[in-house]
Every structure is written in C-alpha cells, then in structure tokens.
Design a protein around this ligand. Structure first.
Ligand code: ADP
Ligand code: MG
Length: 238
C-alpha cells in the first residue's frame, strides 16, 4: 500500500503542491492527471525523495525514500539528456546499478535480465546503438527496459507516452498490464484525458491541490475537470 499524507512542496517560496492526501493499493495502475504546471512531476519527484517536502509518503508502512531499491523511475522526456553518448544496452544496464555496483562487472543474472527486458520491448537487436540515434518511441522503450531490468515493486512513469508512436504505446500498455498481474504498483503521469483512461484502476486529478482521486467515474466529472483545467471536458476535447 502506498500512502501520501499531507504532502506539500514549495520551490523557493512558491507552492507547487499543497496538502495532498491519497492512497493506493498494491497492484493498482494509477493515472496522475492535471494541466501543465499542476505539480504532477513534483509529486513523482517528492515520492523519490528528490525534493524537500512536508508530510509523508509511505510504502507498506515505511518511508518510501528509504526503499528506493524497490522503485523504478522513468523521467519525463524533456529531463533526459538525449545527446549523452551511451548505448541502448548500457541504458538498460543502469537498471542493475544497485545490484551490480557502479564500477563492477555485471553478474550473469544482470546480463540475462537486461537481455530479457530489451527483448520484451523489442529493442534487443538495437542494443549497440547510441540512445541519441533512436526515435522517440524507441528511446522510451529503452527506458522502460531499464525499469523492467530493475525488477522493482513500484514503477513511476512521468509522461511516458509523449513523443511515442502508436506501436510503442501499445507495447507499453501491454507491459503495464503484465506488471499489474505480477502485483506491481504503477503510477503513471498521463497527459491524455480521453482514450487511454480506461486502462487505469485509479485516477488522481491535480492542480497544486488534489482536485479528486478515485475511480474514473468519481474523478472525471465535468465539475472536477473544470476545477482542474478551468474549462469543462467537452470544451477541452473540441
Ligand atoms: P507538471 O509536471 O504538472 O507540469 P511540475 O511539477 O513540473 O508540473 O511543476 C509544478 C510547478 O512548480 C510549476 O509552476 C513549475 O513552474 C514549478 N517548478 C517545477 N520545478 C521547479 C524548480 N526546479 N524550481 C522552481 N519551480 C519549479
Ligand atoms: Mg511534468
């Protein structure tokens, strides 16, 4: 169980998240929604202990930031340096850093996990390719492979569908559902308010404050959408 209790985050005096309270069960796929600047990425980074925050984030009753070995994180595209000279294989192997140690030779097990993860996302054949030479969808699949190789229990994805093709989106949702069947918990920041929302067990609608959380019918009311985005859903879609 993941519990977010009275979470507040400020950047140099300006409030990005104010008193967020919500919780999720193990094995759920949770979608985080809200307009640009709503604090979605801030929520994910606070979960990872990357930001100073008030309140608590607990995973199975203990602070999540002390259990990061069990958490896999895929940052927002815009936060990754795509010019960094690293191959597909080595990006995926970063998922094994905690097991392997920074300068050690990876174990046979790590190599097998990385191979399986790259095969699962359809990127093993391109394993020697520099990450910067791939399409957006391929790059995102490599980062998904890194997360899979880590064998985490909790997965945090920040806007994983931005800049990816349909096929990649399909592969990603297939994998998310497989992870769910393995009782993994997934928290996914999603920009798309329409087509893909049926995949999620729970939604969180943010705009600095928590507008609503729960199942789709509870969250996606016109009133909540208007409070989060300033306009009702039918106008957003137009
Ligand atoms: P979202 O991911 O929902 O688009 P963010 O969590 O990135 O929103 O940002 C929430 C708010 O915090 C925005 O107003 C943004 O400008 C601000 N913010 C984010 N990161 C920083 C930072 N490092 N320093 C100062 N302000 C920031
Ligand atoms: Mg963001």
């Amino acid at each position: 169980m993941l519990e977010i209790q009275n979470l507040s985050v400020s950047y140099r005096g300006s409030i990005a998240l104010q008193n967020i309270n919500c919780c999720f069960a193990q094995g759920e796929m949770v979608g985080i929604l809200g307009p640009n600047g709503a604090g979605k990425s801030t929520l994910i980074k606070a979960m990872l202990g990357l930001l100073q925050s008030l309140g608590q984030i607990l995973w199975q009753g203990r602070p999540l930031k002390r259990q990061l070995a069990r958490v896999a994180y895929v940052p927002q595209r815009s936060q990754i340096d795509w010019d960094y000279p690293i191959t597909v294989w080595n990006v995926a192997m970063m998922g094994r850093t905690i097991e392997t140690g920074l300068f050690q030779r990876p174990s046979r097990e790590s190599e097998e996990l990385v191979k399986a993860a790259l095969e699962r996302v359809g990127m093993y054949d391109l394993r020697n390719c520099p990450i910067g030479e791939l399409s957006g969808g391929q790059q995102q699949r490599v980062f998904l492979a890194r997360a899979l190789a880590k064998q985490a229990d909790l997965f945090l994805f920040d806007e994983p569908f931005v800049g990816v093709d349909r096929r990649t989106e399909q592969i990603m949702f297939d994998i998310f559902h497989e992870l769910k069947e393995q009782k993994k918990t997934l928290i996914i920041v999603n920009h798309d308010l329409q087509e893909t929302l049926h995949h999620y067990d729970r939604l969180v609608l943010l705009n600095r404050r928590l507008i609503a959380w729960g199942d789709r019918a509870t969250v996606m009311t016109n009133e909540n959408i208007a409070r989060a985005y300033g306009v009702p859903l039918n106008l957003l879609a137009a």
